[in-house]
Every structure is written in structure tokens, then in C-alpha cells.
Ligand binder design. Structure first.
Ligand code: NAD
Ligand code: UDP
Length: 334
């Protein structure tokens, strides 16, 4: 079975991808410094996959540590999740974000180059599109970001493109994720934010669990049908599956290719609240508050390129996303 290096493989999307890779016949090897995840995720992944998952507690920016891992395995490809991801924090601490995320990308590329690994899947984001791009966002749209986190994604994309151009036979797939939510059907892994959640679904599940009194809906005066913001939510297990498909694409193609991973369908905040209530039978107290600075009224993916290049289409709907997120939250309380 081909060995795949997964940086950040203990995190939210990384752990689901490790499960999907294992199901697709790959042997994932995790490098994670557990700065935003728990080591117990590895045991839970072993339960899900029935396989032993090798992992290394190391910082991707540590070239010597990466070198040691690359010396131990022959990797067919690397998937790069490791990085900092809080938009607000990146505005307050831009240097930390640029240093961390760009150093992580470059350190991984250097190790790949040294060890002759020529296939990379990178976690990019819909945040690389300009806010005023027409929806649905297409890969050929105008790029530009409104916060340092987004720029670290766009600069990383550029660095990877340059390395791909300079390295014969190199293949990079830049997956631009829309809004991943939900959890693995086993209920064993899911999103585990530290402190007060910033994102909608983790906040919703914590309100449903009684950990927080009510949801604040950030603004209902946007130019959308119900006045609340619209996003393209995608089940994290669908997103994870896209990575396994991207590995297959990278095997057969060279150069760098950016591909949206979304469903192509947007839901408003109030539609998500209603879907959650339908899927779980739990009623969700909420109140409308002021807009959150920086939020864009509406965006969603054009998912056609993913269909064409990867044969990928999301399969799980919004109620399944809510149901699985809720199952995971309930398991966490036990
Ligand atoms: P996460 O924080 O749950 O996972 C990231 C993992 O990387 C964590 O386990 C963390 O401990 C680890 N890590 C961080 N820095 C590291 C380093 N220097 N060395 C080793 N390990 C390190 O985040 P996630 O939601 O799973 O996101 C994964 C990737 O996808 C990130 O690059 C993120 O920017 C990107 N992304 C996420 C979303 C989203 O909504 N969650 C959307 C678009 C893109
Ligand atoms: N949102 C909200 N209340 C919350 C968290 C988020 O109303 O407690 C809204 C937010 O304004 C946005 C949508 O939910 O319109 C998705 O936000 P999230 O932070 O999950 O993802 P983003 O689209 O910002 O990446």
C-alpha cells in the first residue's frame, strides 16, 4: 500500500482524511505537533480503520525532524494540512501567521525535494477568492484576500506552483475548501475547537448541548433572501474523500492544479439552524446580533472542475452534516 505523509493528520480535516485514505487502500503516516489536536485522535483513528497509524509528534517547520520521517518511509505523496487557521487571530498576529504557515509549506517542500517526493495535495481555501468575485466561485476567478490567514494560503499556493514549475514530474493539487462541517459516522472523530468556537456548527452543537445559552446569528440585514449570510457547507467526510481522489489525479498529471471542493449549494445561517433542528429534533435558541466584521454576504463553489478532474461530487446533505456533528458532540459529553 502506498505510504502517504499527512501533516496535521490529527486535526479536524486531517483525521477524517486519514480515515478516508485508509479506506481507499493507502497507508497514512501522520506528522502533527498536537498544537490544535489531541493525541487520543490516533487511537480513535486506529479503532475506525482497524489499522496501526504511525505518527510523529513533530513540528513541520523542523527540517531535521521531517528529514528523519522522510528517511524512514518511501512516500508516494504528501498531504499538507498543518498550519494555523483562525482568521481573527491572523489579523491580530500577522507575523506569527506568515512565519508559521509559510515556513511549514516551505519546510515540507524542501524535504520532498530532498527525498524525491513529487506529489503534493495542499489545503487551500475559498478565502483566496476576491470578495467581489461573482458567485459561484470558479477556479479561474480573481484572487485576493482580506486577512493574513487568507494570504498565507494564496502565497503557499504560489510557492507550490513555483516549485512545481521548477521540478520536472512534480504534481500539486491545491484544494480550495468551502465550509467543512459534520463528523465521522462513527462519532469517534469530529471538530474539537479549543475555547469558544468561532465557527457556526461547533457553536450550534454546543448550544444544543446546553454548554452555551444561545446562538448569536451575526446579522440579518444582508442582501440574501432571509438576510443572513450564505455559505457552501460540505460534509468533512466528503471533503476527506476528495483528498483520496486527488492522490489518484496527481499520479496521472503534472503541474499545479487548483480545484474547488464544495457542494455547489449555499445555505443561509437560518437555513442551517432549521436543518439542525429537523435533523436532531433539538430546538435551538438564537438571537440576531450585529454583523461580524469581515463577513461576506454570500459565496458558494462551482464544483464542476472537481467533478471533471477528480470525479468528485459531494454526497452528504446538510441534515446529514448536522446529524453527524450532533452525534459527535453528544459522544464528547459522555
Ligand atoms: P486543525 O487545526 O483541526 O488541524 C491542523 C492540525 O495541524 C492540528 O492537528 C495541529 O495540531 C497541526 N499543526 C498545526 N501547526 C503544525 C505544525 N507547525 N507542525 C505540525 N503540526 C501542526 O485544522 P483543520 O480545520 O483540520 O484544517 C486543516 C487545514 O485546512 C488547515 O491548513 C486549514 O487552514 C485548512 N482549511 C480549513 C478550513 C476549515 O474550515 N476548517 C477551511 C479551509 C481550509
Ligand atoms: N455565524 C453566526 N454565528 C456564529 C458563528 C458564525 O451567525 O456564532 C455565521 C457567520 O456570520 C457566517 C456563517 O455563520 O455567515 C459561517 O461562519 P463560519 O465562521 O462558520 O465560517 P466562515 O464562512 O466565516 O468561514
Amino acid at each position: 500500500m502506498p505510504n502517504i505523509l499527512v501533516t496535521g493528520g490529527a486535526g479536524y480535516i486531517g483525521s477524517h482524511t486519514v480515515a478516508a485514505l485508509s479506506a481507499a487502500g493507502y497507508s497514512p503516516v501522520i506528522v502533527d505537533n498536537f498544537s490544535n489536536s489531541q493525541e487520543s485522535v490516533i487511537t480513535r483513528l486506529e479503532k475506525i480503520t482497524g489499522a496501526q497509524i504511525p505518527f510523529y509528534n513533530a513540528d513541520v517547520r523542523d527540517g531535521a525532524a521531517l528529514d528523519a520521517v522522510f528517511s524512514q518511509y518511501s512516500f508516494a505523496a504528501a498531504i499538507h494540512f498543518a498550519g494555523l487557521k483562525a482568521v481573527g487571530e491572523s489579523v491580530a498576529e500577522p507575523l506569527r501567521y506568515y512565519e508559521h504557515n509559510l515556513a511549514a509549506t516551505m519546510s515540507l517542500l524542501a524535504a520532498m525535494q530532498k527525498h524525491g517526493v513529487k506529489s503534493l495535495i495542499f489545503s487551500s481555501s475559498a478565502t483566496v477568492y476576491r470578495e467581489d468575485d461573482p458567485v459561484p466561485y470558479v477556479e479561474s476567478g480573481e484572487l485576493g484576500c482580506s486577512n493574513p490567514y487568507g494570504w498565507t494560503k494564496l502565497f503557499s499556493e504560489q510557492i507550490i506552483r513555483d516549485v512545481a514549475a521548477a521540478t520536472p514530474g512534480f504534481s500539486a493539487v491545491l484544494l480550495r475548501y468551502f465550509n467543512p462541517i459534520g463528523a465521522h459516522s462513527s462519532g469517534l472523530i469530529g471538530e474539537e475547537p479549543q475555547g469558544v468556537p468561532n465557527n457556526l456548527l461547533p457553536y450550534v452543537t454546543q448550544v444544543a448541548a446546553g454548554i452555551r445559552p444561545q446562538l448569536s446569528v451575526f446579522g440579518n440585514d444582508y442582501p440574501t433572501p432571509d438576510g443572513t449570510c450564505i455559505r457552501d457547507y460540505i460534509h468533512v467526510s466528503d471533503l476527506a474523500r476528495a483528498h483520496a481522489l486527488a492522490l489518484g489525479f496527481a499520479e496521472k498529471n503534472t503541474g499545479a492544479t487548483a480545484i474547488n471542493i464544495g457542494t455547489g449549494r449555499g445555505y443561509s445561517v437560518l437555513e442551517v439552524v432549521a436543518a439542525f433542528e429537523r435533523a436532531t429534533g433539538v430546538s435551538l435558541p438564537y438571537r440576531v446580533t450585529a454583523r461580524r466584521p469581515g463577513d461576506i454576504p454570500e459565496y458558494f463553489a462551482n464544483p464542476e472542475l472537481a467533478r471533471e478532474k477528480l470525479g468528485f461530487a459531494a454526497e452528504l446533505g446538510i441534515e446529514e452534516m448536522c446529524r453527524d456533528a450532533w452525534r459527535f458532540e453528544q459522544g464528547r459529553k459522555d
